[in-house]
Design a binder for this molecule. Sequence first.
Ligand SMILES: Cc1cc2nc3c(=O)[nH]c(=O)nc-3n(C[C@H](O)[C@H](O)[C@H](O)COP(=O)(O)OP(=O)(O)OC[C@H]3O[C@@H](n4cnc5c(N)ncnc54)[C@H](O)[C@@H]3O)c2cc1C
Length: 638
Amino acid sequence: MHFNYDVLVIGGGHAGCEAACASANMGAKTCLITMDMNKIAQMSCNPAVGGIAKGQIVREIDALGGQMGLVTDATSIQFRMLNVGKGPAVWSPRAQCDRGKFIWEWRRHLDETENLDIWQDQADELLVESVSSEALVRAIGVRTIWGAEIYANCVIVTAGTFLNGLMHIGRKMISGGRIAEPAVPHFTESITRHGVVSARMKTGTPVRIDKRSVHFEDLEIQPGENRPYQFSYMDKGGALKQLPCWTVNTNDEVHEILRSGLADSPLYNGQIQSIGPRYCPSIETKLVTFPERDKHPLFLEPEGEDTNEMYLNGFSSSLPMDVQIEALKKMPAFRDIKVYRPGYAIEYDFFDPTQLKHSLESKIIENLFMAGQVNGTTGYEEAGGQGTIAGINAALKAGAIGCCGTTANATEFVLHRDEAYIGVLIDDLVTKGVDEPYRMFTSRAEYRILLRQDDADARLTEKAYELGLAKRERYDWWLEKKQAIEGIETFCQEFAIKPKLINSALEALGTTPLQFGCKLVDLINRPQLNLASLSEIIPQLKEVLNRPNNRKEEIAEAAEIRMKYKGYIERERIVAEKMHRLENIKIKGHFNYEELQGLSTECRQKLMKIQPETLAQASRIPGVSPSDINVMLVLMGR
Ligand SMILES: Cc1cc2nc3c(=O)[nH]c(=O)nc-3n(C[C@H](O)[C@H](O)[C@H](O)COP(=O)(O)OP(=O)(O)OC[C@H]3O[C@@H](n4cnc5c(N)ncnc54)[C@H](O)[C@@H]3O)c2cc1C
C-alpha cells in the first residue's frame, strides 16, 4: 500500500505539529505520521509553555500563523509575565497548562486543518533516490514498520527523543522514546548511511506526585497573575480556571539521602556518557556542582484542572527510585508522599545541525528537512519554532503553494537574527552547531530590544501573510492594531502640556514639575510616568486609550514601549542594518577555502565544514576571526 503527498512529517510532537499545520495551511497536501495519535504534542517534561526567551518564540510562532500560542491560551491554568521588573526587552510570558487538555486542543487544531491527513504508524526507514546535484541523494518518503510506503516531495523529520531512546532509572535501563512509549530503533541508520552525522544527547524529568498525599500547609503558595496576558495576538484565551503553584526548598536530610545513591546514579557511574541540558540539571547534578548549598528551590505545579497528578519542578533525577522517594519524604510537605512514577533520564540520537541549511533542509539529503530535538535543541518552544520554519520551507520546496501566498517566486523563507528569536535559534544551530542540548536565552540574541514579546506581530505577521501562512483575519487584526498604536503615538507627539495645569499632579506622581511647556511624549519618557498614570490626569489621553478595541491593554503597552525605548530601538536598528550589509555579501561557492592564503587553519577547516552562505554567517562561526573576514573582504574586492 502506498500514498503520495507534497509534504510528509514524521512525528506528532511540538515540532511536527507546527510543521504539519504550516505546510498544510500553505496549501501543500500534507501527511503527519505519528506513533500515537492520542499523544499529539505530549509535553514530555514540564506542562508549561514559554518562559525567558521561550515565551518570545511562542509569540513569534503565533505571529507567523502557528498554533502553539492558541493551544496554550486555551489550556492555560496559570499565566505569568516573567522579568517585568526589568526592561521590556526581556519580559517573557509563561503559562502552566493542563497537560491532557493541551493534547486534545492540539488534536482539534490538526483535525480542523485542511489538506492535512494523519497516519498512525512508525516510520522505519527513510526512502531516497539518487540525484546528480550537490546532494548525493534525495528523500522521497518513508517505509513504516507495518509496511506502508508513503511518498512525498519533501520529508520533515521531527522524531524528538525517540531515535534509539534509552531510559535510565538507577542501574536499570529500558529502551523507550519516553516513559511507556517505544523507542525507534532503525530510523537513524537509514539517514546516517547517506553521510548525515548523528550523536547522542541526554535529558531527564522529575517524579510525578499524587496531590492527595501532599501537606500543602508546609508549602508556600505562588498564585498566577490577573493581568490580561495571553500568547496569541488573536483570540481571547484563558478559558480554564487559574490554579496556584507552590514552592518549597530541599534540606540537608534530603541531600544526604540523594548523595547516598550517587554510586548507583547513571550520571555518575559511567552508564550515561552523553551530555544533558546544563541549564536544567538533575537534582543530583546540583548537589555535586554546588556542594556548599544547603537547599535548592522546588516548584510543585499542577498537571491539570481535574487530575491529582503534580509535577515537581527542580527535582529531575535518574537516581534509583527508592532513593528519590526516600529523599522526598525528608521534606515536611512530602512526609506521606505517594508518587505516580519516579523521575528518569533518557539518551537519544540527534543529527549535527551544521549539516542543515537555514531553511532546515539537509545539505546532504535533498528534500529532507529536520526540526526540533533531533537538531540538538531542547524545549517545546524551540521545537515549535523550527517546525514552523521547516513546514514553510518544505511546502515552498514542494512547490505546492495553492493557497493565498502572494510572495512572488519565494523558494525559501529564512528569518534573520534581528527579525526573530527563531532566526537566532536556527542561525546558531546551523552556524555553530551544538555540543549540549541547545535552549534559547535572551542573552543569545544581540538585538534583544528589537525582538520583544510585545512586537512579534509587528515583525512577522505581514511576512507570514505574504507567504500565505497567516490568514486574512490575522492580517486585518494586525493592521487594526498597528493603526491604533500609531494613533496613540501621534496623539502623544502632538498633545501640548502646560506646566500650570499639570505640575501638582506630576509632583504627586513623584516626578519633577515642568518649567516650560512640552509635548506629552516627553513626559512618557520619564521613568516615574506611564500612559495609565498620565491618563488619570489627562482626560483626552484616557479617551484615546479607551477607543473601542478588545485588546486595549496590549495596544497601550505596545505604544508605551515604542515611545519609552525609541532611542534604544533606533540605535539597535542601525547596528542591525550595518550587519545586513555583510549579510548581503554572498560567499557560498566563491572560495576554495583549502587554497585560501592568509586564513588560520582553524578558520579554513570551519569554513570548509559549514560552507557559510554569507560573510555575516562566516563571521559568526567560532574560530573565524575579524581578520579572517577582512582577508575575505579584500579578496572579494579583487
Ligand atoms: C524525559 C524527558 C525530559 C525532558 N526534559 C526537558 C526539560 O527539562 N526541559 C526542556 O526544555 N525539554 C525537556 N524535554 C524535551 C522536550 O520534551 C522536547 O524538547 C520537545 O518535546 C521536543 O519536541 P519535538 O517535537 O522535537 O519532539 P517530541 O515532543 O519528543 O515529539 C516527537 C514525536 O515524534 C513521534 N515519533 C518519533 N519517531 C517516530 C517515527 N519514527 N515514526 C512516527 N512517529 C515518531 C513521537 O511519537 C512523538 O510524538 C524532555 C524530554 C524528555 C523525553
